[in-house]
Design a protein around this ligand. Structure first.
Ligand code: 13P
Length: 332
């Protein structure tokens, strides 16, 4: 058993309470590689922002759970080396799919876990979440739960259709489970194709898809039922069109990729939404930079040559999100 406290990590408790009060959201960036980790930490240190580094089931399979845990420990030391005396870094399990996975993460130094029982019937979701909460709280680890279903595919989590969270269920769920935060479904979805063309309108000038707005009425109703309770938004990449254009220009094929407009995330961050999950935008920034680099330098074959601009592009993207969308800069 390794306590996250020994690794210099923190749980989400104080961070979320402060964010809800202050009307901003904490960035939750997924990571699989060293370059993503470095870019996340550089961005968080430069902007003086707390940050959640999250690991999905797919990331654990890709990078190896032990390596990821040591990377997070390294991230704390790296932040200090970059000049941040007291970094606030959470190591979070994204979409934990069983009690056993959550327990194994808690035992190996995670400071926060998500148990995603959203595909289960309501009562079973409560039962599973409560079991995880009981174990996690013994170790001062915070737990995110989910009610409602997000559409889209993310690593091994997928659903064909979204179902908005039912506001009338949230009080019973939060009370009976004792969870620390709640991920809700209000129209966001995982991946770079959040909406079909049929769900969108098209901008006559650019020909780009314009997505439908998020269900802010549902968010408002949930906030009313659970005043001050930390709410989480998954599937919140904006799918920057400059990245999509660069990818397509240099040999990629991502027609009609579309995300959540940043002004809607800005609005959500000012409410009880205090954690916003972003993964796809980092993948897009990295891919765009690498495709461009290969097209411009066909003779390059040293990974450092193309991963350096990729890391820089991700860092710029993370800084942009922190400062211009979530508002978590200068909140350490
Ligand atoms: P995106 O695919 O929109 O980046 O969502 C990531 C996410 O919600 C991770 O849980």
């Amino acid at each position: 058993m390794v306590s996250y406290k020994k690794l210099g990590l923190v749980n989400t408790k104080k961070m979320f309470a402060k964010a809800v009060k202050g009307g901003y959201a904490i960035p939750a960036f997924n990571f699989n590689t060293m370059e993503q980790m470095q870019a996340i930490i550089q961005a968080a240190v430069e902007t003086k922002s707390p940050v959640i580094m999250q690991v999905s089931k797919g990331a654990r399979k890709y990078a190896n759970p032990t390596i990821l845990r040591y990377m997070a420990e390294g991230a704390v030391q790296y932040a200090k080396e970059l000049g941040c005396k007291k970094p606030q870094i959470v190591l979070h399990l994204d979409h934990g799919d069983s009690y056993e996975t959550c327990k194994s993460c808690i035992d190996s130094g995670f400071s926060s876990v998500m148990i995603d029982g959203s595909s289960l019937p309501f009562k079973e979701n409560i039962k599973l979440t409560k079991k995880v909460v009981n174990y996690a709280h013994k170790h001062d680890v915070t737990v995110e739960a989910e009610l409602g279903v997000l559409a889209g595919v993310e690593d091994e989590v997928s659903a064909a259709e979204s179902h908005y969270t039912k506001p009338e269920e949230v009080v019973e769920f939060a009370t009976k489970t004792g969870c620390d935060s709640l991920a809700i479904s209000i129209g966001t979805s995982h991946g770079a194709y959040k909406f079909t063309a049929a769900q969108c309108t098209r901008d006559p000038k650019t020909g780009k898809l314009v997505p439908p707005p998020l269900a802010f009425d549902v968010l408002k109703a949930i906030e009313k039922k659970l005043p001050g309770f930390p709410i989480v938004l998954h599937g919140s990449s904006s799918v920057p069109q400059d990245c999509v254009d660069t990818i397509n220009k240099f040999g990629g094929k991502l027609p009609d990729a579309v995300g959540i407009p940043e002004e809607q995330l800005r609005k959500a961050a000012k409410s009880a939404v205090c954690k916003i999950n972003i993964d796809s935008d980092s993948r897009l920034a990295m891919t765009a930079a690498i495709r461009k680099h290969f097209a411009e330098h066909p003779d390059h074959f040293d990974p450092r040559q193309y991963l350096t601009p990729a890391r820089e592009a991700m860092k710029e993207m993370y800084i942009h999100k922190i400062v211009k969308v979530l508002g978590s800069n200068n909140k350490l």
